[in-house]
Structure formats: C-alpha cells, structure tokens
Design a protein around this ligand. Sequence first.
Ligand SMILES: [Zn+2]
Length: 301
Amino acid sequence: MKNRVGRIIVAILALAAFGFYAYRYEQTHWHSADVEAWGPATGLHPEGFEQGVVMNQEPEAPIQMEYAPAPTEQPAAPAPTEQPVVETVPTEQPLRFDLSEWQYMLVNGDHSIDQYEPENLVYLNMTADETDFQTSFNPNRIAVDARIAQPLMDMALACKAAGLPVYLSSGYRSYADQAANFTRVCQNNGITDGKDSNGHYITMPAGCSEHQTGLCCDITDYYQATKNSSLDDIPTLVWLRENCADYGFIWRFPSDKSDVTGVMGESWHFRYVGQDAAHYIMDNHLTLEEFWQQFGDSASV
Ligand SMILES: [Zn+2]
C-alpha cells in the first residue's frame, strides 16, 4: 500500500511539475512566435503594443514640430498683405460721385476737349432782368449749356434779391472763339504760351478752356473791361463764393490754388458741378482737379 500511495503521489507531483512547466512555457514563448502571425487579426495585443510604442516615441514630438512654427508663420504672412489694403480704405467718403457724369467734365491745360460742343445752348439775359431762356442765337445774351441755365438763373436772381448787382459776362465759348481769344490775349501781353511770369495760365489754348463746355460762367457786378484780383472782394463775388454751392456751382480758380489748377486766381469764374459735389468741394476748399483725384480714376487725371 505504501508503494502504491507513493507512486500516486509521485504521479501527482509529476503531473503538477509537467503542468507548471507547460504553463511557464506558454507564458514565455507565446508572444515571440505568434503575436505578429495572428495577433493583428484579433486586434487585441497588437493595438496595445503599438499604442504603447508609438504613443511614447512619436506622436508628441512630431506634432509639436509641425504646429510650433505655424502659429508664428501664419500671423506673419498675412500681415504684410493686409496692411496696405487697410491704408487705402480709411479715406472718408461720405459721398460717392460717378465722374463719368456730364457735370464733372474736367478741362484744363492738361485735359483738352478738342472740338467738343454742347448739344443744346440756351441764351440768357446778362443782368438777369429777363429770365426767359432763348434757344436761338442772340449776340446780346450769353450762351450756356441748357442743363445749367436754370440753376445759373436761380443763383443770379438770389444774388439780386440780396441787393447785389449781377452781370453774366461770359459763358460758352467755341473752340474757334477761344483760339481767337488766346491769340489776342497773348499779343496784348507779349507772350506766346498764355501764361504769366509764374507759369499760370491767363488765357487757355483752344480746347483747354472750361468755357468751351458751356458749364461755367464769368460773373461780376457790372461790365468790367478788365478782370483781375481787384474784383476779388466786391460784394457780389463775396456773396457768390458763400452761396454758389447751394445752386451747384463752385469757385473754380481760387487764388491760393493756382499751382493745382494751373490758372491764376479768378474770383469771377464759377463752374457747375451739381449741389452735392459743389458743397463737398467748397466746404473742403478743393479744386475740381483735387476732387477728381479723390473720387476718380487717378490714372486718368
Ligand atoms: Zn472764366
């Protein structure tokens, strides 16, 4: 009996030893041989291992390398392109003007209108004692573009209503008239280019006179054989400077803007541009040239 019991114990011990050995073998050899073969198919161990390896070695470093430069480069790149854009926007433009409209026509020593003629002329009484508009040529009246006849007459009547005399001395002049005018003034002053000693026009070459548009008028109190700076402060012209914008007219050649207009100061020359533009120009003491620079295509000025 003792031997049988002893053999049983030995057998149990042997089985236990084999079992323990088998368990240990499984523990130590399981991964190395099989994990790549079937592990990925199960999706269990490989993920765990890959995550462990990848997360510890790669993810954080490359992400920082890629994103770190970005925050510093992104603001730097757009900045230079945005700044110039911002600088062109801030100019205050409470009003917008379509400078292709007829009342903004620009004529000066650099902008000839060549043989331009107004489509419709109207003939006005010079002293505004008669307020009718004649459409047939009348040498005893002045001609203007029909589109400014009403505002010009309204302004003349308002000036007279303020107790001041008005004399509409010169309106539309044709290309031929201006050519003759230019020759005569040049001869009288011993010049050939129509300019005074400061380089400012005292008479414009044909095609370059605003009078050829029919959109302006020389206005004094009475007939004046000679127009010069002695007229600057006569009450009629003072009143006109203060009130012309209400009728759509501007003081076209201010004495202190000769370098801009190229024309000597002419306190008697008023140009129609419409009420909105006239108020803007007179309120800001601008010239038509400066108005074009602000609201037009600078390349065409
Ligand atoms: Zn004039």
